[in-house]
Write a protein that binds this ligand. Structure first.
Ligand SMILES: [Zn+2]
Length: 328
C-alpha cells in the first residue's frame, strides 16, 4: 500500500504558476520541463505498482527526510520486514553511457549522477540502524522508467544497481515476494519520525512580472467573462466559480511568495480586484487560517495542493447544494 501521496514539489508548483502568470525565461522553461518529466516518470513508476498490486507492501512516495544533518529526497522507499528498498526514479530518454563514474548522453557529460545520489541516500538510511536502534538491510536501485532509454556501461557496480524499463516489472514483482509485517510497521514508524516537509526554497520572482487576475483552469487564458458567481472562459467556454478561482489565486500567491504574508491586500492584488473585499474576506476565512488578527490580518494555508485544500474545507459539499452554480 502507498503510505504517502505523491505531490508536485514546491519547485514544480512555483514554475507552473509562473508559466501561467509570467512570460517564462529560458532557464525557467527548461527547469519546468525537467521537473515535469521527473514527475511524469514517478507517475509511470506508481502506475506499474498499481498494475502489479502493492497491498501487502508499505511504499513511501516522494518523501523528504532529515537524518543527522543530511536532507534526503526519496522518490520511492519500500519498507519490508528487515529491509529498506530505495528506488531512485529517472525518466531519461536517449542513449546514455556510464563509465568511470561519469554519465554522458550523446558524448556530452551530464552533471547529474543518479548512482551517486542513490548511494548517498542509502548510506544515510543505514544511519537509522544506530540512531533508532533498528535492524535492517538497505537495498538500492536506480530505476529508469522510460522505454526510450538505452544505457551502455561496462561497470559491474553500475549494472548491479540499475534497472531499466524492460526489467522493471520483473523487479517490482520480485519485491512483492517480500512481506511487510510487524517489523516493517516498526521500521515505517521510524521513517515517519525523520520525515520533513519539502524544504526547497523557490527562486525570487519580481512582482512586476506577475500577471494579476483570474485565468481559465482548462486553457489558462485570462480572457474570462465575469458573471455573478462564476467565470466563463471566452476562449474555451470552461466555467468555474469565483470561489474556486479565488482559492487558486491564494495558492498561487503562497506558491510564488512563500516569505510574504497572505493578506487581503496581497490577494486583492493577485486577483486583479475581480472580487469584492467582502467576498475575499469570506474566502480567506474559509480556506486559510488566521495567523495575525487586527488591521493587518494575515493568513496561512495548510497545503499548496488545490484539490486537497478544496476537499479539506468542504468546497464540493457546499456547491452540491446548488448544482446551478457548478453546472458547466
Ligand atoms: Zn479556457
Amino acid at each position: 500500500m502507498f503510505m504517502t501521496e505523491r505531490h508536485e514539489s514546491k519547485e514544480l508548483l512555483f514554475h507552473e504558476v509562473i508559466e501561467k502568470r509570467c512570460v517564462l525565461r529560458d532557464g525557467e522553461a527548461n527547469r519546468l520541463k525537467i521537473l515535469r518529466q521527473g514527475l511524469e516518470g514517478e507517475r509511470i513508476y506508481d502506475r506499474l505498482w498499481e498494475e502489479i498490486g502493492h497491498t501487502s507492501l508499505m511504499i513511501f512516495r516522494g518523501i523528504w527526510m532529515r537524518i543527522e544533518n543530511a536532507i534526503l529526497q526519496l522518490d520511492a522507499l519500500v519498507v519490508t520486514d528487515g529491509q529498506l528498498i530505495v528506488n531512485e526514479i529517472k525518466n531519461y530518454t536517449g542513449r546514455y553511457k556510464y563509465e568511470d563514474g561519469t554519465w554522458s548522453v550523446n558524448s556530452f557529460q551530464i552533471s547529474e549522477d543518479p548512482l551517486a545520489q542513490l548511494n548517498r541516500t542509502a548510506g544515510k538510511l543505514v544511519r537509522l540502524k544506530y540512531l533508532d536502534n533498528q535492524q535492517f538491510d538497505v537495498e538500492k536501485k536506480v530505476v529508469f522508467v522510460n522505454s526510450d532509454f538505452n544505457l551502455t556501461t561496462s561497470s559491474g557496480e553500475g549494472r548491479k544497481h540499475i534497472i531499466d524499463r524492460s526489467l522493471l516489472k520483473h523487479y517490482l514483482r520480485d519485491i512483492t515476494r517480500s512481506r511487510s509485517g510487524q517489523n516493517a510497521s516498526e521500521l515505517a514508524s521510524a521513517i515517519r519520525e525523520y520525515m520533513i516537509e519539502d524544504p526547497m526554497t523557490v527562486p525570487e520572482v519580481e512582482a512586476e512580472r506577475i500577471k494579476a487576475g483570474f485565468y481559465c483552469g482548462r486553457c489558462s487564458s485570462f480572457d474570462l467573462e465575469l458573471e455573478h458567481f462564476r467565470t466563463r472562459c471566452v476562449r474555451c467556454g470552461h466555467s468555474e466559480t469565483f470561489e474556486y478561482q479565488a482559492v487558486q489565486a491564494i495558492i498561487d500567491f503562497a506558491t510564488l511568495f512563500p516569505e510574504q504574508s497572505i493578506t487581503k491586500q496581497n490577494i486583492r492584488w493577485i486577483t486583479g480586484g475581480a472580487v469584492s473585499d467582502r467576498r475575499l474576506e469570506r474566502y480567506l476565512n474559509r480556506y486559510c487560517t488566521l495567523a495575525m488578527r487586527g488591521k493587518h490580518s494575515a493568513y496561512t494555508i495548510d497545503t499548496l495542493n488545490l484539490g486537497e485544500l478544496l476537499k479539506m474545507k468542504g468546497y464540493a459539499s457546499k456547491y452540491e447544494k446548488d448544482k446551478q452554480i457548478l453546472a458547466d
